[in-house]
Design a protein around this ligand. Structure first.
Ligand code: FAD
Length: 438
């Protein structure tokens, strides 16, 4: 089977641009074999490879990555390790679903934190929490007020914050109210994925710059890369939306593009004009119209805004230039005291969603397991998906596998072009009906 669409790294990721240069691991340079292949070195693949190595210390695991580890969606994201579901819901079923998600997400955060500490990964990992934030009184009433009731029902700690107190935390008048929850982790996601990739167990070999261009699934798995083939008896598929190219999950995935910008560092004078000392992260009450933002420990401001349908998994240079202008305008609206601050880096990343929010998790064939489709919450979902796929594949008893399976399976999507029309119309509708949250 020929792999028709490969990931493409346009080298625009701002999180890696602010880090020192990294030497990638060698590419595949000759035919090789192993006990296991893990495909894709994002959160899911990195977690799966690490866990396989732990479960099977005498076996050899090969982790294959088309570009540089983490430089697809994983190192390009906003750097929120989310521990709470976005939509909680108040029925008993929904609350139980939330408890299951929290168990999984917190296991993933603990796993990542353990790696960060054990390997001294410098990725600015902080348990800063996050502000779930409404721009309009309507967003406050429709989303934040029900959210606090649900947090109460879950017995989760939170702080309601509004007015001058919120302004003092975020340094902007743009917001009406927020619910602060303490469990979210903030980090530089590229520094985290690099650190994970550079500290894999000894029985894992990571090949970077090794796009798999064809695949054979007979007598095990055989992947061809430009430098040679890699064979193994078993596979964990962690190529997220690109897993479709290998014949898995046909018509189950929606590919979206999300855009982000990182400002340059504020000067000392700008920091005083801004008037906020502590780093923070905020998520919007509406993911389509709203903006995710952060103030980082090195005094930069991140804007993550714009989510659109992208079935070709490619973004044009013209689109990125337009995004950069839009992000600067949004920045100016929120931080008028910082008129000279430019967006130093603007980039885009491809995310994979399913119609019903379910992951592409589980056993796909007698010798193939998967941890894909993280529904845009991949720091935690990719990590727990990877760990649990490895546990399932090696028969390690883990009660969290049942929690994972309870998240369901991706639903079938309509045929194109009906799908395209439907998704585009839905996005326009979401933007229009939630314009008060822009
Ligand atoms: C701008 C933006 C902001 C986001 N913010 C957040 C956030 O704050 N928190 C959060 O949790 N999530 C966030 N997300 C989503 C999150 O980044 C993704 O859900 C997550 O990275 C998916 O991880 P993954 O390991 O499944 O996939 P990926 O990171 O996409 O990894 C899959 C890997 O497979 C490789 N691959 C694919 N095909 C091949 C092939 N043929 N050969 C070899 N290798 C191949 C790719 O190169 C890639 O590295 C954001 C995403 C974007 C774009």
């Amino acid at each position: 089977m020929k792999i028709n669409r490969l990931p493409k790294d346009d080298k625009t990721n701002g999180w890696s641009a602010i880090l020192p240069e990294r030497q990638p691991k060698p590419s595949v340079q000759r035919d090789t074999s192993a006990d296991w292949i893990v495909l894709g070195a994002g959160y899911a693949g990195l977690a799966a490879a690490r866990r396989l190595a732990e479960n099977c210390p005498d076996q050899r695991i090969v982790l294959i990555e088309a570009g540089h580890a983490g430089e697809n969606a994983s190192g390009r994201n906003s750097g929120f390790g989310i521990d709470l579901p976005h939509n909680v819901g108040s029925s008993l079923d929904e609350l139980e679903g939330s408890h299951r998600f929290m168990r999984l997400a917190r296991m993933a955060i603990d796993h990542l934190e353990e790696s960060v500490q054990r390997h001294g990964i410098e990725c600015d990992w902080t348990r800063d929490g996050k502000y779930h934030t409404a721009v309009s009184p309507r967003g406050t009433k429709d989303v934040l007020e029900p959210f606090v009731k649900e947090l109460d029902a879950l017995k989760e700690p939170f702080t309601w914050i509004e007015g001058d107190a919120l302004r003092a935390k975020l340094g902007s008048d743009h917001f009406t109210a927020a619910v602060y929850t303490p469990g979210c982790v903030l980090m530089n996601p590229a520094a985290l994925t690099r650190g994970l990739a550079d500290n894999l167990p000894e029985n894992v070999t990571l090949f970077e710059n090794s796009p798999v261009t064809s695949a054979v699934f007979e007598n095990g798995v055989q992947f061809t890369t430009p430098g040679g083939t890699v064979r193994a008896s078993r596979l964990i598929m962690a190529a997220n939306g690109f897993s479709e190219q290998f014949g898995f999950f046909p018509r189950r995935f929606l590919h979206l593009v999300a855009h982000a910008s990182l400002s340059r560092r504020l000067t000392k004078a700008e920091q005083s004009a801004y008037g906020v000392d502590a780093a923070w992260g905020l998520t919007p009450v509406n993911a389509f119209a709203g903006i995710t933002m952060r103030y980082t420990n090195d005094n930069r401001i991140l804007i993550r805004q714009g989510l659109s349908y992208c079935p070709g998994q490619r973004v044009s240079v013209a689109e990125q230039a337009a995004v950069k202008r839009r992000h600067k305008a949004l920045f100016d609206q929120r931080f008028p005291m910082l008129p000279e601050v430019e967006m130093e880096h603007t980039w885009s990343g491809i995310v994979c969603l399913s119609r019903n929010g379910a992951p592409g998790f589980g056993q796909l064939a007698p010798n193939i397991w998967s941890a894909v489709c993280q529904n845009a919450v991949g720091v935690t979902k990719g990590t727990f998906g990877g760990i649990l796929a490895a546990d399932m594949a090696t028969g390690r008893d883990n009660p969290l596998i049942a929690d994972m399976q309870s998240l369901g399976e991706p639903e079938l999507l309509p045929h194109r072009p009906f799908l395209d029309l439907g998704v585009r119309a839905r996005f326009q509708w979401e933007l229009w009906t939630n314009r008060h949250e822009a």
